[in-house]
Design a protein around this ligand. Sequence first.
Ligand code: SF4
Ligand code: MG
Length: 324
Amino acid sequence: QEPIIRMEHVKQYFDIRDSKGKKGTLKAVDDVSITVHKGETFGIVGESGCGKSTLGKTMLNLGAVTGGNIIIDGQDVTAFKSRKEKVAFGSKVQLVFQDPSACLNPRNKIKDILAEPFQIHHKKEMSKAEIEAEIDRLLTMVGLAANYKQRYPHEMSGGQKQRIGIARALALKPDIIICDEPVSALDVSIQAQVINLLVELQKQMDLTYLFISHDLGVVYHLCDRIAVMYLGNIVELADRDALYNDTLHPYTKALISAAPSIDKEKVERIVLTGDVPSPANPPKGCKFHTRCPFAMEKCKTEVPELMEVKDNHLVACHLCNKEE
Ligand code: SF4
Ligand code: MG
């Protein structure tokens, strides 16, 4: 079966200037290839600045990547040129943000916020009553009573606002939802409710999730497969169980060591020292070598390739890539 998302050597670079005005290139996503199957929840984890959000957004920045191809449902979205093509495709992939307030206009009532996708995409063919019926349907789906449509965003809790953000993303019946830290801004007690809602909706609507998070604990409970990113590259990619029970990359071990909600008996404890280096000026060789307790001489100069070292388990580390 053809995967619903196929990213091939995707690059997303940005021109930047440092504090002294010197020009440079920030390689936020640097040669990333992944495939995601229909109905799957694919996790992307890493510390902030690792490129995970940028990778998610390349799927929405239709036509605007620096390099590589992104094939969604058989169509190469990086080849789109006209606005018309992009709009026609746009409803297939939707984003749920970390901060729901970012997509909820504070001056609009919930009913207007939820009506907007229909007005943009189906202005001509839908009547007011039909749109209203869709809004009621969406509110029910996300577990909110119909009278919430008369409220303003500031009259709702963080969890309720995130439910509206999810309802809005679902309005046009997308196939793929990019969830970018969808529960990180919420109280721990609310996080589980929102995650359960996402799982329930996935079953009902046959959705594919790209789930982006810094929190390996959240990803562990939700994802089928997980890619770990560091400074723009995938360093390990495996099925959830293999990633946790047979962890290979020192950086993944460090993230697991730091995740409070994971039982860590099986994983060697690694405490990370130092900050993430600037993505604008990453270390040479293995980009992780400045923080890796196992770094060898060759790690400073030779870039480890992402290789399949076991069935469906890929890792980029000189310790694991034995045939080199
Ligand atoms: Fe550590 Fe070297 Fe492996 Fe990089 S390649 S993770 S520095 S051992
Ligand atoms: Mg981010």
